[in-house]
Design a protein around this ligand. Structure first.
Ligand code: ZN
Length: 291
């Protein structure tokens, strides 16, 4: 039995179970101070009996490297009070259990591999496009880490200001991918929330253009076996054919794989775990930590 914590910037979701069809208990509460929030999570797990491991899929940036002195902590973040918060330390002081700790997107990627759209794959990208944009995934069967962890939402893309004079919203880079294509960027550019824009609106053509540029870069740098898109914007089914066609146009026959050339509908796909990706990802991280 595993405990999972989806640590979000606005809410925490905790669950006890083993997978999508076997969740025994679940609770959610707003993210307040680290001490208060983590105490609530600890109290929830204490109520629900013996666990084999706990997994945390958390907002970042964070330190996921067990060999680092800052392992388990949140790195400098605009989220008030959370810079340097010791998430794993708090759990370890309450439970003598293996603790898995990773980014929300790496957690979601692991969940998609275990139960969703990336079953059986060992090298793939999971990208969430919502309020912000984040990416993770596995390479050769291992979650992507390295220096810290990937920040795929902040890659730089060609930005034709004659077509799109919008400056972008990223506080660090202005017109990086997230700055141009996140839900926040769409709302600021078009003056209304993305989900209220009709499917024929030019906003979607532009959105698909930026997403396709980013995905083409991931195809060229990571050679993923599949790309899984989650988050609110990616939940727009009409976007997928646009993105798929544009990726083929951008790559222009250079990547000689049938997946890209002919089977792209099975190559760039929607996530299958939907709104449960976070907490199921956390349970998948717990399962991984227990092995
Ligand atoms: Zn950025």
């Amino acid at each position: 039995m595993f405990g999972g914590i989806e640590g979000g910037g606005t809410k925490f979701v905790c669950a006890v179970g083993t997978g999508p069809d076997d969740i025994h208990a679940e609770t959610r509460f707003p993210t307040t101070s680290p001490a208060e929030t983590l105490d609530k999570a600890i109290a929830f797990f204490k109520e629900h009996g013996a666990l084999d491991a706990i997994g945390v899929a958390c907002f970042g940036p964070l330190d996921p490297n067990p060999a680092s002195s800052k392992f388990g902590r949140i790195m400098p973040t605009p989220k008030e009070g959370w810079t340097n918060a010791d998430v794993v330390g708090a759990l370890r002081s309450a439970f003598d259990l293996p603790i898995g700790f990773d980014t929300d997107v790496n957690g979601a990627a692991l969940g998609e591999r275990r139960w969703g759209a990336a079953k059986g794959l060992d090298t793939f990208v999971y990208l969430t496009i919502g309020t912000g944009i984040g990416g993770g995934g596995l390479v050769n069967g291992r979650l992507m880490h390295g220096l810290i962890h990937p920040e795929m939402g902040h890659i730089l893309l060609p930005h034709d200001r004659a077509c799109d004079p919008f400056d972008g919203v990223c506080p660090f880079h202005g017109d990086c991918f997230e700055g141009l294509a996140s839900g926040v960027a769409m709302e600021k550019r078009w003056g209304r929330r993305a989900e209220t824009l009709p499917s024929g609106h030019p906003a979607w053509e532009l959105e698909a253009h930026y997403i396709a540029l980013a995905l083409s870069n991931y195809v060229l740098t990571l050679s993923p076996q599949r790309i899984v898109l989650g988050g609110g914007v990616a939940g727009q089914a009409h976007l997928f054919p646009l993105i798929q066609r544009k990726v083929q146009e951008i790559l222009n026959g250079y990547v000689q794989s049938p997946k890209v050339l002919g089977e792209i509908g099975d190559y760039i796909v929607p996530a299958e775990l939907g709104g449960r990706a976070g907490v199921l990802g956390a349970i998948a991280l717990a399962e991984l930590a227990s092995t």
